[in-house]
Design a protein around this ligand. Structure first.
Ligand code: C2E
Ligand code: CA
Ligand code: CA
Ligand code: CA
Length: 283
């Protein structure tokens, strides 16, 4: 048995080495990709309830690799997060999104551009300084920028997070807690940081109408009503992501959700296809 175990360990080590090499290769390619302009942004609309007026959109990064094809951010964002790459990538996205929003007259139309911010990026001491530089060089007003932070990140250094949030607020930049409900200390964070939006994770939206035997949609609904009530008493707006069906949409409306985003109302699209929903401002 000993001999067999040894052989197994050796094989794992070789496989691990391969995976690690592949990871590094991808990371190196991503580094080049940022410089070579292989990254683009898609935009997904967000709507205010109950009348479904357009309230803005979320910028979502895409990587078109000439050799590998389209690579999902679910694959390369975690990779970028393991290195300093995510910082450059994050500012690249923010600047690109601000320019696009100006071009689409988000100011005149009173729309908001939401941009994702990673833990590593938010933790940089000069984070707010860099954001301010982007607003300054693009001329995009902070009132129309919403930063989506995932909840696990903000807790690592609460006092720096508080400073950053306060500084962002002096520029009228709003903050959304992304993937709310999936982190480990949501309530603690709600208590300590003043945000504007709470973004309910897709998994909760799915559970509202889940058909699986294990699921209990009625509990999910009670939970959702509780969360929206809590959020509203803290003056937060609630936005739900991943809305795919009419049933989910009407439930969310009934449960007090303020805004929605999801395939039902619009998938993320390249800028040249955004005209479809950009015209729905007055709907
Ligand atoms: P996220 O911030 O939670 O973004 C929502 C994801 O859900 C997006 O996937 C979006 O395309 C997808 N989605 C939207 N509506 C629906 C729906 O109705 N049904 C389903 N099944 N999915 C829906 P995407 O674009 O693949 O992005 C995945 C994740 O990658 C994002 O999750 C975010 O964490 C990260 N990401 C994307 N772009 C950026 C970026 O520029 N910076 C950073 N730091 N992270 C990014
Ligand atoms: Ca997001
Ligand atoms: Ca999200
Ligand atoms: Ca999510």
């Amino acid at each position: 048995a000993k001999v067999a175990d040894h052989a197994k360990i050796q094989r794992y080590t070789v496989e691990l080495g391969e995976a690690e090499k592949e990871r590094r290769r991808l990371e190196e390619e991503l580094r080049v990709a940022i410089a070579a302009g292989e990254l683009t942004l898609h935009y997904q609309p967000q709507f205010r309830l109950p009348h479904q007026q357009l309230s803005g959109c979320e910028a979502l990064v895409r990587w078109h690799n000439p050799r590998r094809g389209l690579i999902s951010p679910a694959t390369f964002i975690p990779l970028a997060e393991e290195s300093a790459l995510i910082v450059d990538l994050g500012y690249w996205v923010m600047e690109r999104a601000c320019r696009q929003a100006l071009e689409w007259d988000f100011v005149g139309r009173n729309l908001g551009m939401s941009v994702n911010v990673s833990a590593h990026q938010f933790e940089q001491p000069d984070f707010v300084e860099r954001v301010r530089t982007i607003l300054h060089t693009t001329g995009f007003p902070g009132e129309h920028l919403i930063l989506e932070l995932t909840e696990s990140l903000v807790l690592r250094d609460i006092s720096q997070a508080q400073r950053h949030v306060n500084d962002l607020h002096t520029h009228a930049i709003r903050i959304a807690i992304d993937d709310f409900g999936t982190g480990y200390s949501s309530l603690n964070m709600l208590a300590q940081l003043p945000f504007e939006h709470l973004k309910i994770d897709r998994s909760f939206v799915r559970d509202l109408t889940a058909q699986e035997a294990y699921a209990e949609p009625s509990r999910a609904r009670v939970l959702m009503r509780g969360i929206t009530g809590l959020a509203h008493s803290l003056q937060l707006k609630v936005i739900a992501e991943g809305v795919e069906t009419d049933e989910q949409l009407s439930l969310l409306q009934e449960l007090g959700c303020d805004k929605v985003q999801g395939y039902l109302l619009g998938r993320p699209v390249p800028p040249e296809e955004a005209a479809v929903w950009l015209e729905r401002v007055q709907a």
